[in-house]
Design a protein around this ligand. Structure first.
Ligand code: NAD
Ligand code: WQD
Length: 336
């Protein structure tokens, strides 16, 4: 298939481009480079040995987006392009609503005009809000606790409402848990903007001396060691989940929703220990107060994806720590 990937130079998008090309698909990328750089394209072409058509456009621009569909006969769209920082979304709500909602709506409008009916959407475990019971199945109640989460929930609603008007729609909503790690080559990965919000990039920056120490946000949660428990998933497994779901969309109409996670949780201290063990580097940390909005435990029930897509995460926490560190070293050595 020819797959159009919005946000394809970002963290998850770039890994998905590799997975798609390895599976024999042709890929076209659009990215405005708000949280990525064109050097990712060069590294993707080096990794895959393919020349990949790339458009530097903002997908909220209807005419630019439409032009890409004129240039290429698109069979399916994977929609990653969005802003994703929870804290920033609370202080810049209009920016988040504009980008994440207008991007979604413009994309569906253009797909409708051009007669494209297959879509994969990047949703998030954040749509389960502050649910206190894990494992979380796809049928759990939905409730967003912050602006970013609300944009994901609203996009899910837009997708479901639009699909109800298109009998040929084959849409997938993928709810990612905590993506970490990087491609085994170590030449693509997540490049946080400024001080990382997320645990793994913070750990790798402490490991190579960019940050002095990690602050563990609370050790008084109701978890085995008191620190927060999350379902970390290797980004290459996550990427392969997109390739797997496309096979279903090729054959079936409807709206399908899947959790993409490993189905088990690790605490912050377990992640630190795994990183130290795997890479032989000590991670300095201090225990600090809880971070506002955090919950104790969140992990997926990923069994629906395994049953219906034949997909399950293969890589473990050691792989995630090894590959995150390999990527951090590459990024530092190349001043990325
Ligand atoms: P990312 O920021 O690395 O990638 C997103 C890409 O989209 C960036 O390259 C950015 O430049 C581009 N972009 C943003 N707005 C755009 C626009 N209007 N037009 C064109 N390009 C635009 O983020 P990521 O971690 O790869 O996340 C990809 C998707 O997955 C996002 O929708 C995010 O909300 C979702 N998600 C991410 C996580 C996570 O922890 N990383 C978890 C759950 C869901
Ligand atoms: C993991 C654990 C922290 C940093 C976020 C978004 C979510 C999704 C994925 C997009 C928690 C602890 C963290 C630090 C710490 N993104 N921690 N010190 O909060 O589960 O999910 O990213 O959709 O929407 O909310 O991930 O990596 O920030 O935190 O102790 O410096 O690590 O308290 O227990 P989170 P995270």
């Amino acid at each position: 298939m020819k797959v159009f990937v919005t946000g394809g130079l970002g963290y998850i998008g770039s890994h998905t481009v590799v997975s798609l090309i390895e599976a024999g698909h042709d890929v076209v990328i659009a990215d405005a480079l708000y949280n990525s750089s064109e050097s990712v394209l060069q590294r993707l072409e080096k990794l895959t040995g393919k020349s990949i058509p790339f458009y530097r456009i903002d997908i909220t621009d209807h005419d630019s987006l439409s032009g890409i569909f004129d240039d290429h006969s698109i069979d399916a769209v994977i929609h990653f392009a969005a802003y994703k920082a929870v804290g920033e979304s609370q202080v810049k709500p209009l920016m988040y609503y504009r980008n994440n909602l207008f991007g979604m709506i413009t994309l569906l409008e253009v797909m409708k005009e051009k007669g494209v009916h297959r879509l994969v959407f990047s949703s998030s475990a954040t749509v389960y809000g502050d649910l206190t019971e894990s494992p979380i199945p796809e049928t759990a109640p939905l409730k967003a606790a912050n602006v970013y989460g609300k944009t994901k929930l609203m996009c899910e609603d837009i997708i479901r409402d639009y699909a109800a008007t298109d009998s040929e729609a084959s849409f997938a909503i993928l709810r990612y848990f905590n993506p970490v790690g990087a491609h085994e080559s170590g030449i693509i990965g997540e490049l946080p903007n400024g001080i990382p919000n997320n645990l793994m990039p913070y750990i790798t920056q402490v490991a190579n001396g960019i940050r002095d120490h990690l602050t563990v946000f609370g050790n008084d949660y109701d978890t085995p060691d008191g620190t927060g428990v999350r379902d970390y998933i290797h980004v290459v497994d996550l990427a392969d989940g997109h390739t797997a779901v496309l096979k279903k969309l090729e054959k079936e109409n409807g709206v399908f929703t899947y959790n993409l996670g490993c189905g088990r949780g690790y605490s912050v201290l377990e992640v630190i220990n795994a990183f130290e063990r795997q890479n032989g580097i000590e991670i300095r940390y201090e225990i600090g107060p809880r971070r506002s909005g955090d919950i104790a435990t969140c992990f997926s029930d990923p069994s629906k994806a395994e049953r219906e897509l034949g997909w399950k995460a293969e890589r473990n926490i050691d792989d995630m720590c090894r590959d995150s560190w390999r990527w951090q070293q590459y990024a530092s050595e190349h001043n990325l």
